[in-house]
Design a protein around this ligand. Sequence first.
Ligand SMILES: Nc1ncnc2c1ncn2[C@@H]1O[C@H](COP(=O)(O)OP(=O)(O)OP(=O)(O)O)[C@@H](O)[C@H]1O
Ligand SMILES: [Mg+2]
Length: 255
Amino acid sequence: MASIEIRDLVKTYTDARGNQTRVLDGIDLTLSGETFTSVVGPSGSGKTTLLNIVSGIEPHTSGTVDLTSQGRDAKVGYVFQDPRLLPWRTVMANLGFVQDGRSGWQERARHYLDLVGLPHVEGRFPAQLSGGQQQRIGIARAFSVEPDVLLMDEPFSHLDAMTSRSLREHLERIWLESRRTVMFVTHDVTEAVQLSDRIVVLAPGGRVHEVIDVDLPRPRRASDPAVAVLQAEVLARFEALEAATGAAAPVAVAR
Ligand SMILES: Nc1ncnc2c1ncn2[C@@H]1O[C@H](COP(=O)(O)OP(=O)(O)OP(=O)(O)O)[C@@H](O)[C@H]1O
Ligand SMILES: [Mg+2]
């Protein structure tokens, strides 16, 4: 079982004049096992910084971050905001590019292409696919390495409402099948409710404002009234946080 343990995490940026800005201020979080955790928060609250520190892309100032799986370092997968496929490689070659030398990767790749609903595109180049299809390839690519921990930074925010809705359903299906420890950053509170077991709300200044458990049966449909009720409740709490802190409004679109 994998886990992400974040203890008293602080991140301070220092500008050219030596002025320091603290953007994460003592984050304590544990994400473990087969849980899907979303991180939401107003713009500038430190979501991307937190994810980048967890992934190792960004150094932190103090505190600790440990990603482990069965007593060893966890294998990490990352789904970016844009798909970042190599344009000169076919879909299959793009998936092959990230493999770690284990045998049988072609079967795994085909399995995840199936799960994202794209079983027939392995010989195509990225330019021959729509933006939403490319993002699905990005998701299949991340799952195909069978990471212990999957990190995602607003993977659907560039897509239109219908495409992102269908991708959320694909993502839930693929996650239900493979059950990774997921940390998913989003602006969109409604998306967080639909996908998550837990929602971590960051407040401006980079503190954990609250953690909300989402106890709804899966698979979830956006049209399910129970989903809609919880979405409205979490959105109302989010708006209260914004009103209290004067933060910019998040993008929270009812679908
Ligand atoms: N390289 C950097 N140097 C200085 N400050 C930075 C840097 N990167 C981010 N920041 C600041 O850190 C804070 C958190 O930024 P971050 O990108 O993590 O926020 P976010 O919650 O992901 O916002 P958004 O929802 O707009 O994507 C912001 O105030 C931002 O201006
Ligand atoms: Mg961000």
